[in-house]
Write a protein that binds this ligand. Structure first.
Ligand code: SDX
Length: 428
């Protein structure tokens, strides 16, 4: 453990950088003093070889396809746990007793209502506004309504803000859907589970009671577990960077939502289902696989590939089996699932995908399930943001609580003009 070092030789200088080991996974070379000792920066634009922090929340082994939350494998959590229990685990580090879990769930339930003024925000959007545009706006605006939980130096206020964010995301997302279909908003109900409450706020109407299908409730709760946290992905890194300046938690989570929206990240679930529908039938798959392999074609297989997983994303495994469960429970089928299965099979047997270690990721099958449950594709990334909020706030709390925490401020390799004098316009 530790003790070893890495030597950098530059312009005749030899600099020794300490090597640190974690509990599992790759060691890190601590280069914090490298610039002061050598006058040179390291260069890693996509952060492909850079650890931005130390963290005890989530561990991924991309080669083995392993995902652990506080040490517990995602497959075991998906099978035995609940999103509320995983939320407690991510925030606090240990699995709760039943009493502690019931208390936590009760606390979250009592924060699910929104300040009534926030409902008027929705009226400012067009009915066809993308739900992620609404999520960015409304979540950022929470900081204007909950001033009693924006002091990040107060652990109690940090905890209240964390609970508020986890609790209110389903309400905000459901309201975005209701607004898009011109139906009235439904208030949360504390007698329903976290996920059951979301289903009712989304698909229920005031004219009649809403029946929460337990199979759908369990499947969606499992999907939330699969999306809860994922180490230092782009949106989590965005939340950490925003938080490093001391910005309030609502603003930080709004920044994370904005980053997640991109099709290379959380927007891939919407893009993946659109792609599967565009392919339409298995006989058209070879054409799209060839397009994905063509360097001159910007098309990529959405829901495929990953910066870290060079093996099957363990979340995709659970997602695929959940498709069958939901189809059976709802007595539905969708030809797009057959297209997805055959696309996966053909890609995984194609040298291009094998050589580049491209496998289905969490976004490849999720849209098939969400569509079967009744969500429009535009809601898919909003659901990803709903679930990832607990990971974002857990990582944000971990960063803010770190006594060594400082503002994130990367440097650059400058490639612009050297200093030159201003030329008056009549001399140009
Ligand atoms: C998520 O980081 C996380 O943890 C994210 C996430 C989370 O839970 O937070 O797991 C959620 O964002 C999952 C990923 C969702 N995105 C997609 O499904 C979009 C499609 N995938 C690609 O855009 C891509 O695979 C990325 C963005 C996911 C990863 O890109 P990298 O790590 O920068 O890899 P790369 O672009 O350098 O690709 C390596 C090679 C390239 O070929 P070469 O330049 O080496 O010849 O593989 C090729 C790429 O062209 N490639 C693909 C491909 N993905 C990569 N070719 C075709 N189809 C693809 N999907």
């Amino acid at each position: 453990m530790g003790g070893s070092s890495a030597t950098v030789t530059l312009n005749g200088n030899q600099v020794s950088c300490p090597v640190r080991s974690g509990s599992v996974g790759p060691d890190v070379i601590d280069i914090r003093k490298l610039y002061a000792q050598t006058g040179a920066f390291t260069f890693d634009p996509g952060f492909t070889s850079t650890a931005s922090c130390d963290s005890a929340i989530t561990y991924i082994d991309g080669d083995e396809g392993v995902l652990l939350h506080r040490g517990y494998p995602i497959g075991q959590l998906a099978e035995h746990s609940s999103f509320m229990e995983v939320s407690y685990l991510l925030l606090n580090g240990e699995l709760p007793s039943k009493d502690v879990l019931d208390k936590f769930s009760g606390t979250i339930s009592r924060h699910t209502m929104l300040h009534e003024q926030l409902a008027t925000f929705y009226r400012g959007f067009r009915r066809d506004a993308h739900p992620m545009a609404i999520m960015c706006g409304v979540v950022g605006a929470l900081s204007a309504f909950y001033h009693d939980s924006t002091d990040i130096t107060d652990p109690h206020q940090r905890m209240v803000a964390s609970h508020r964010l986890i609790a209110k995301m389903p309400t905000i997302a459901a309201m975005a859907y209701k607004y898009s279909v011109g139906q009235p908003f439904l208030y949360p109900r504390n007698d329903l589970s976290y996920t059951g409450n979301f289903l009712r706020m989304t698909f229920g109407v005031p004219a009649e009671d809403y029946y929460v299908n337990p199979v759908v409730e369990r499947a969606l709760d499992r999907i939330f577990i699969l999306h809860a946290d994922h180490e230092q992905n782009a949106s989590t890194s965005t939340v950490r960077l925003a938080g490093s300046s001391g910005a309030n938690p609502f603003a930080c989570i709004a920044a994370g939502i904005a980053c997640l929206w991109g099709p290379a990240h959380g927007g891939a679930n919407e893009a993946a289902l659109n792609m599967l529908r565009e392919i339409g039938t298995p006989d058209r798959i070879p054409h799209y696989i060839e397009r994905a392999k063509n360097k001159d074609d910007p098309f990529r297989l959405m829901g495929f590939g990953h910066r870290v997983y060079k093996n099957y994303d363990p979340r995709a495994t659970v997602m695929q089996s959940t498709v069958r469960e939901v189809f059976e429970a709802l007595n539905v089928s969708d030809p797009v699932f057959e297209v997805a299965l055959q696309l996966e099979h053909m890609a995984l047997n194609d040298p291009y995908f094998i050589e580049k270690k491209l496998f289905p990721n969490v976004d490849f099958y999720s849209g098939v399930i969400l569509s079967a449950i009744g969500f429009p594709t535009t809601m898919f990334t909003a659901l990803f943001a709903l679930a990832r909020t607990v990971g974002w706030v857990a990582q944000w709390n971990e960063m803010i609580s770190d006594p060594e925490q400082k503002i994130g401020r990367p440097r650059q390799l400058y490639t612009g003009p050297a200093q030159r004098d201003y030329v008056p316009v009549d001399k140009r």
